[in-house]
Design a protein around this ligand. Structure first.
Ligand code: GDP
Ligand code: MG
Length: 297
């Protein structure tokens, strides 16, 4: 007799930059959630679906928990984290190997308010040359804070993930899969395309600018010849920022557009024609109506 199927959600939470989105992508084996070397890349809750033989796991990637809540966008990010924790059957806290600070402790405290299983994923262990250092690190953490189980993983190298997946699945409620076996997200292709454009903005623009940009898809059309035509608007807050995104002779915008097109093609598995526009909307990131228009929850 085989065990009953399990289905439920696992929230992936942690301070910025510990590798939550890389972990989600590795667990669902798609480039769903954008990854950059910068903090605060993920701006919304992203659902990624894994379909192991004995059930379905709905992973919720979340923005890093923000301390600063003065701007509307930061409040929106924190709401997304708390909503994910409130909805989840299991929480996976991600930390970076050999690093624990007050922000990590705050994330743990937020999780401890809910009576759901808590797993700890110590990520980026590939960076630690001397693995024997990891044991005292983990012992130190588990003296202070309690988790049901601890895993040493590398999201980037995809190590330790099968054990983590098994532990999550074992703690989910019994139930039939909620999504079809070939689904990998609940997000539209339109949304995923906007995110992949934003990923290139975050990667290719200098220090401050990425946080002043967002992407809106104006048109998304599957043509009869099999090509998907996408028109995307990059919103910035000031004219000067527009000039930077476009770059001398339009070269910056061109590089951003062609890298984004390639990753959209890889994700959708078809040819894409991508047009980019840059437009100014002063103060969008502190404007609740603009945030709504641009798809923030
Ligand atoms: N060496 C190493 N780097 C990682 C690993 N996982 C993520 N990263 C890097 O850490 C940075 C932040 O990753 P991201 O997934 O965006 O973190 P998030 O802010 O928590 O979602 C990126 O530069 C990733 O490539 C890992 O397992 N090993
Ligand atoms: Mg992220």
């Amino acid at each position: 007799m085989s065990d009953a199927l399990r289905c439920g959600s696992a929230a992936i939470v942690g301070r910025p930059n510990v590798g939550k989105s890389t972990l989600l992508n590795a667990l669902v084996d798609s480039h769903l959630s954008i990854v950059t070397p910068r903090a605060h890349t993920t701006r919304q809750r992203i659902l990624g679906i894994a379909n192991p033989p004995s059930g379905q796991i709905l992973y919720l990637d979340t923005p890093g928990l923000h301390r600063e809540t003065k701007r509307a966008i930061h409040r929106s990010l924190n709401r997304a984290v708390h909503a994910a924790i409130a909805d989840a059957d299991v929480a996976v806290q991600v930390v970076a190997a050999e690093h624990w600070d007050d922000e990590d402790a705050e994330v743990h405290a937020a999780l401890a308010q809910r009576a759901i299983p808590r797993l700890l994923a110590v990520n980026k262990v590939d960076r630690v040359a001397n693995k024997s250092k990891l044991l005292p690190f983990v012992e130190g953490l588990t003296r202070e804070c309690k988790w049901d189980e601890v895993f040493l993983v590398s999201a980037q190298k995809r190590s330790g993930l099968a054990e983590l997946e098994r532990a999550i699945l074992a703690r989910l409620p019994e139930g039939e899969p909620r999504y079809g076996a070939d689904s990998y997200t609940d997000r539209s292709e339109r949304f995923l395309a906007a995110e992949l454009v934003r990923e290139q903005l975050m990667r290719q623009l200098g220090e401050e600018l990425p946080y002043a940009t967002t992407v809106e898809i104006e048109r998304f059309e599957d043509r009869p010849d099999g090509v998907t035509e996408i028109a995307a608007v990059v919103w910035v807050e000031r004219e000067g920022q527009k000039a930077i995104v476009i770059g001398a002779g339009g070269r910056r915008a061109k590089a951003i557009g062609s890298a984004a097109r390639r990753s959209i093609e890889a994700l959708l598995d078809r040819k894409v024609f991508l047009k980019l526009w840059v437009r100014v909307r002063a103060g969008w990131s502190d404007d609740e109506a603009a945030l709504k228009q641009f798809g923030y929850e």
